[in-house]
Design a protein around this ligand. Structure first.
Ligand code: G4P
Length: 524
């Protein structure tokens, strides 16, 4: 009989971090193909919303109506059950994207070999570092001319501040891409070859153990030199450091041609952690704890005005979910029945019957849940650690168009802020409402939902990007407010400054060394 522990040990739950166009859709699709979750290449691609104007919000949501279920993809492979959580890029980027990283146990970072590390990737990566979760790197598009592999490694280490261990090493690239020298499996995997001589074994000296034309190639010579360099001057392989999130195993491959994907998947499954214990108000909760528990990390609003219901995404942290079970919402102590309210997000057709720690389930929500809520069958009604506050970068001043609608306006804002859709700040003097977000789309969702759900038209006045720094002390001299360093209070009444730019921040710090400022995303 399989025990709860057996089941939990098979779970691997990760998010893919990447810059748009690095190959996330392609890699996801290939992984799903291995798992037999989809039959044809193109299935995931067809769902991808593609490029669109941000004003086409309704259109986006129409498409999302289908893709809600693809926010979490699940497949079985080699005795493992793998959950991939989607983290949208470009205009879709929002606090939800960061929160999704709170729900995974590891992350896969895809880097385009020609572009290296890009901006969005750095931000997401920082959140992973904050949580200390393992990061696996897949350097993609080796079939194209890109940056030199050593240069890419140096960039990863420098820009992201993490150690790397190349599990394999490319032999040539672009038109001259021969394959990879697989340090982990002690073999060379050839790029263009039929199955039978795809793998060439290496001897104890790390050289080809069989006669092969590759031996005469200068690319082979160069690879051996680089491998030697890596062995002497590179980092040591350390499973412990991978698990601590300080060493990233790096794989070179080409998602489009499915090259290196399976080797990557095998190694990932071997070294990525199964669900771990999580901290709560009553101490650590083990994933194999019999009580069912989980927390809500994302709430997806239904943009159809006729249907106000939403879907709350729950990461299971302990026990086993069973249909019809009764749970408590820890924040209110209210019992909730999870009968028909549950949908299995990985599968369009079925509702979930059973899920364990590591799995994600979607709960139909008629307004019960908030971001960060804990639900559990335990009578103790503990709560998981509060989700961190993410530093907003974009700001809008917001007012109600019609002054007669103030009541609705406040109600709407408060609910949407509680739900985690957007952050709210008030200026000190004028008590103006400022909205903060990490992605432009959050403002559009806010505006749309205020109109459709609360019947309020809002005026949004663009303030552009700001650097937000919270103030450590409870008190502050309010005269420090200026147009270049706007003093505000957040929704918990904590002081923060919104600085015009880097220069304004440095200037302020020089002038006011006693004011201790912090960025929650810099804290580990
Ligand atoms: P994303 O989800 O990260 O945004 O990227 P996506 O997988 O959609 O890939 C972006 C583009 O890069 C696609 O080309 C895709 O075919 C290509 N690509 C992905 N992996 C590889 C690879 O290993 N090698 C090469 N050469 N290309 C790769 P596109 O032209 O934008 O789309 P399509 O016309 O091919 O569908």
């Amino acid at each position: 009989m399989t025990t709860l522990n057996d089941e939990v040990q098979t779970r691997r739950t990760f998010a893919i971090i990447s810059h748009p166009d690095a190959g996330k859709t392609t890699l996801t699709e290939k992984l799903l193909l291995f798992g037999g979750a989809i039959r044809d290449a193109g299935t995931v691609k067809a769902r991808k919303t593609g490029k669109y104007a941000t004003s086409d919000w309704m259109e986006i949501e129409k498409q999302r109506g289908i893709s809600v279920t693809s926010s979490v993809m699940q497949f079985d492979y080699d005795d493992f059950r793998v959950n991939i959580l989607d983290t949208p890029g470009h205009q879709d980027f929002s606090e939800d994207t960061y929160r999704t990283l709170m729900a995974v146990d590891s992350a896969v970072m895809i880097v385009d070999s020609a572009k290296g590390i890009e901006d969005q990737t750095i931000k997401l990566f920082k959140v992973c570092r904050m949580r200390g979760i393992p990061i696996f790197t897949f350097i993609n598009k080796m079939d194209r001319q890109g940056k030199m592999p050593l240069e890419l490694l140096a960039e990863l280490e420098e820009v992201l501040g993490i150690e790397t261990y190349p599990m394999n090493w490319p032999i040539g690239m672009g038109k001259e891409f021969v394959g990879v020298y697989d340090r982990f499996n002690n073999r060379i995997e050839q790029f263009k070859s039929d199955e039978k001589d795809r793998y060439l074994p290496l001897n104890d000296e790390g050289e080809l153990a069989v006669d092969h034309e590759l031996k005469d190639s200068p690319l082979y010579e160069q690879t051996l030199e680089e491998i030697m360099l890596l062995s002497e001057a590179g980092n040591q392989f350390s499973e412990e450091n991978i698990l601590a999130g300080t060493l990233s195993p790096v794989f070179f491959g080409s998602a489009l041609t499915t090259f290196g994907v399976q080797t990557f998947l095998d190694a990932y499954l071997q070294f990525a952690p199964a669900p771990q214990s999580r901290n709560t108000t009553v101490g650590e909760i083990q994933p194999i704890n019999e009580d069912f528990s989980g927390f809500i990390f994302k709430i997806q609003a239904n943009m159809n005005p006729k249907h106000r219901d939403r879907i709350a995404f729950l990461r299971i942290c302990s026990g086993k979910f069973e249909r019809g079970m009764s749970v408590f919402l820890s924040r209110t102590g209210k019992p909730i029945n999870l009968s028909s309210s549950t949908q299995f997000l990985a599968d369009d057709r079925n509702t979930v019957n059973e899920a364990v720690s590591g799995d994600i389930i979607g709960l139909y929500d008629t307004g019960n849940y908030q971001i960060g809520d804990t639900i559990t069958t335990s009578k103790e009604m503990y709560q998981f650690d509060r989700l961190p506050q993410f530093t907003p970068e974009l700001f809008m001043r917001v007012t109600a168009k019609n002054v007669m609608k103030q009541k609705h306006f406040h109600k709407g804002i408060n609910q949407l802020v509680q739900e985690g859709a957007i952050q709210l700040f008030k200026t000190i003097r004028m008590e103006e409402y400022l909205l903060g977000a990490v992605g432009q789309l959050q403002f559009e969702v806010f505006e749309h939902r205020m109109r459709n759900e609360y019947n309020v038209d809002v005026i949004m006045e663009r303030m552009g990007s700001k650097i937000t720094r919270w103030v450590e002390d409870e008190k502050i001299d309010e005269n420090l407010h200026s147009t270049r360093s706007i003093l505000v209070k957040d929704r918990y009444d904590k002081y923060a400054f919104l600085f015009e730019n880097d220069f304004a921040l440095r200037w302020f710090q020089d002038k006011n060394p006693d004011v201790k400022l912090y960025n929650p995303m810099d804290m580990s």
